[in-house]
Ligand binder design. Structure first.
Ligand SMILES: NC(=O)c1ccc[n+]([C@@H]2O[C@H](COP(=O)([O-])OP(=O)(O)OC[C@H]3O[C@@H](n4cnc5c(N)ncnc54)[C@H](OP(=O)(O)O)[C@@H]3O)[C@@H](O)[C@H]2O)c1
Length: 380
């Protein structure tokens, strides 16, 4: 038996007991009545075995992950066993496997942090959830890249089954980040504007749409690429007011490019490096840039004059810092409102559903091995 299938692995999927042997005994026809009653008192519900993407050490995700079958686990009285339907591969999932994320799951671990599933079995004390309901782990929790998950009922948030599956699977990490960042840093009024780089990211696409719903203009920066006009068209269709490639912004006075859009008070930085400097250049005096991602892996450089003459502020945002247990109710209500926008078609973003049995092909795309690719969402 490999290390992964050893006792340590059982912790990944909840506690594991030798109770399956009880079930075997119960099915024996020759068990006498008295015996059967005493055994029934100890009878347990077990989950099906689970196919999971597991890593036993941190490192490059394409070399340290593999798909294995985990044994069934006990579904205790307050537990819910969920058959996963879909889960995305987010940059933070990759960073967790690499071991460079501030919060690292203990290895061996199952990958993935958010997703949607269907209730398969419920423990005897579970209330408000039944087989067939759609649920998401909220707050998100480790180990969503597996076909069955057993966790306490408090982990699961029931959602409307009319929601398109891929949006239910991806609603927390990125759309919620976009919503929180628009609300938390500066009071934005109708007619104001924001600027962002990494506008093609899911967070970026959500910012465009959530801003548009509030009557706020967005100025968007994307990487240079073949087909940039097509990408600009897609972002404009989502509600972007302006979309520039980085090379278009190599001009003396960047603000001359803004026609009928006020200088932004708030900027979002997904990328770092030169792309962050471009966001800073657009900001008005006293403006704030919020950094939430570091896709280029390059540091942010700020000119001395930006601080002295423009009095710019630099802030950071990390959803996980906000997702504390006391925010659970608020978080779930924000999730419901985002999902309702998705059902109405007012919140859209590009995704590609990838079959679980071809997980590593999807992972390669998420790792950028084939250039820019839509968000990969595993379909179980
Ligand atoms: N702080 C938080 O709480 C929080 C929450 C959610 C997400 N995030 C972070 O936000 C970022 C975006 O996440 P996401 O899931 O929305 O992304 P995503 O949909 O997977 O898209 C990735 C984005 O990064 C860009 N990109 C990829 N490699 C790049 C590089 N080397 N240089 C510059 N840009 C590059 C892509 O641009 P192309 O279209 O040109 O390929 C695309 O815009 C990630 O860094 C993620 O960790 C942070």
């Amino acid at each position: 038996m490999s290390l992964v299938k050893s006792t340590a692995m059982r912790a990944l999927n909840g506690s594991f007991s030798s109770s399956s042997s009880f079930l075997v005994k119960l099915t024996q026809p020759h068990v006498r009545r008295g015996q059967a009653q005493s055994i029934r008192a100890f009878s347990v519900i077990m989950s099906p075995p689970s196919k999971a993407v597991v890593y036993e050490r941190h490192g490059p995700p394409d070399s340290v992950t593999r798909v294995i079958e985990l044994p069934p686990v006990e579904v205790k009285e307050n537990d819910v066993c969920v058959k996963m339907l879909a889960a995305p591969i987010n940059p933070s999932d990759i960073n967790r496997i690499e071991g460079v994320y501030p919060v690292r799951p203990q290895v061996p671990a199952v990958g993935g942090h958010e997703g949607v599933g269907e209730v398969h079995l419920v423990g005897s004390a579970v209330k408000g959830l039944e087989r067939g309901d759609w649920v998401i782990p909220s707050p998100p929790s480790f180990g969503t890249w597996q076909s069955y998950i057993v966790k306490d009922q408090s982990v699961w948030h029931k959602i409307n089954k009319d929601t398109p599956m891929e949006y239910a699977a991806t609603v927390i990490v990125n759309p919620l980040t976009a919503l929180k960042m628009l609300e938390d840093f500066t009071t934005l009024n109708k007619g104001d504007s924001i600027v962002q780089n990494g506008a093609t990211s899911i967070v970026g696409q959500c910012i465009i749409q959530l801003a548009r719903i509030r009557g706020i203009h967005s100025i968007n920066i994307i990487r240079d690429r073949v087909g940039s006009d097509e990408v600009k068209g897609i972002l404009r269709e989502l509600g972007a007011d302006e979309v520039f490639t980085e090379s278009q912004l190599e001009v003396k006075n960047i603000k001359d490019l803004l026609i009928n859009i006020p200088e932004p008070a708030l900027g979002f930085n997904c990328v770092g490096g030169d792309a962050a400097s471009l966001v800073l250049k657009f900001l008005r005096n006293g403006g704030t840039m919020v950094t939430y991602g570091g896709m280029s892996k390059k540091p942010i450089t700020v000119s001395t004059s930006s601080f002295i003459f423009k009095d710019l502020s630099l802030r950071g945002f990390w959803l996980q810092r906000w997702l504390t247990p006391d925010k659970a109710k608020e978080c779930r209500s924000m999730i419901d409102s985002l999902l309702s926008l998705a059902r109405e078609g007012k919140l859209r973003y590009g995704m590609e559903l990838a079959p679980f049995n071809n997980f590593h092909a999807a992972l390669d795309k998420a790792l950028g091995k084939q250039g820019s690719q839509p968000k990969q969402v595993i379909r179980f």
